[in-house]
Design a protein around this ligand. Sequence first.
Ligand SMILES: NC(=O)C1=CN([C@@H]2O[C@H](COP(=O)(O)OP(=O)(O)OC[C@H]3O[C@@H](n4cnc5c(N)ncnc54)[C@H](OP(=O)(O)O)[C@@H]3O)[C@@H](O)[C@H]2O)C=CC1
Ligand SMILES: O=C(CO)COP(=O)(O)O
Length: 321
Amino acid sequence: MTRIGIAGAGAFGVALAVALAQAGRAVTLWGRDTAGIEALRTRRESPRLNGVILPETVSVTAEIGEMAACGPVLLAVPMQALSGLLTQHGAALDGRTLVACCKGVDLATGRGPSALIAEACPGTTPAVLTGPSFAADIARGLPTALTLACADAETGARLQERLSTPALRLYRSLDVIGAELGGALKNVMAIASGIVIGSGLGESARAALITRGFAEMQRFARAYGAEPETLAGLSGFGDLVLTCTSAQSRNFRYGAALGEGAYFDPQITVEGAATARAVAAIAKARGIDMPVTQSVAHVIDGRRSIQEAVKILLSRPLKEE
Ligand SMILES: NC(=O)C1=CN([C@@H]2O[C@H](COP(=O)(O)OP(=O)(O)OC[C@H]3O[C@@H](n4cnc5c(N)ncnc54)[C@H](OP(=O)(O)O)[C@@H]3O)[C@@H](O)[C@H]2O)C=CC1
Ligand SMILES: O=C(CO)COP(=O)(O)O
């Protein structure tokens, strides 16, 4: 049986390991933190996913070399950590089929996960696994549907087969750039949505934000050659709806804390923050109209208050939908 590797033992990596192992797949889960990995190996429970027990059949390791025995390797680290992971371990991972599970745009280079993988590991065909799914839901075996995007149809079909389970349903796509941009941009909108709710602007305003945010996502993705259908699918619209409307979303909760003026633990992974900065800079340089993203970037960097940002958004010229 082909062993599936998972690099990154955070909430998503652990959840995927649980789901795949429960479906009878052989799984090796790698993490960088030797002490944390030792604790996970013995206790079978991660502090990032309380109440979820990792099946005994999941092999847990801090030895990256063990990924060499795996067929596909799922890269489940935050987007801003991907480049470092590939720099450090690219040689050990090259030649595997690498599936990016991270959502975002690299702040240093303005690139998405598939481009970073292609550069660091030229011997692999990168794929992307993305879409609406909270780690806790996947780990509990709740029904979930995701997009598996790979430019190579054969590799994509093989991955779809290997990574689908009775509860985790993968839809195939050839549009890697569309899938990864949908996942990256929806996190920015989730922060904006949290800000709207946290600052008391109301649910009607949130619906307007989600809709106009979606238009903005499509505009940006189109400029990169993405298919409009991809943005309308699970990895775009699906994940946008989930994260803009659920307090389970860390991006939404971060935005809500900003809106309420409340404390937010900086240790919590909030992918949309760096991505807002990266996308705002690219959009400005390329002349792509991204008012919501620009506002989020300004607010999180303290260059604009929420009140100023809202005033500017509401005073934009009236136009056709
Ligand atoms: N959680 C969720 O519900 C979902 C998450 N995702 C995506 O999955 C990605 C990972 O998120 P998630 O698992 O939730 O994040 P977490 O914050 O739960 O965990 C991040 C993990 O990445 C590890 N890590 C960080 N930097 C490196 C590095 N340089 N090398 C190796 N490991 C590293 C951390 O290790 P350490 O503990 O040592 O810091 C930690 O185990 C994100 O892009 C997210 O958008 C997608 C769908 C759902
Ligand atoms: O991507 C996710 C759900 O699809 C998880 O969202 P958060 O990172 O906002 O928690």
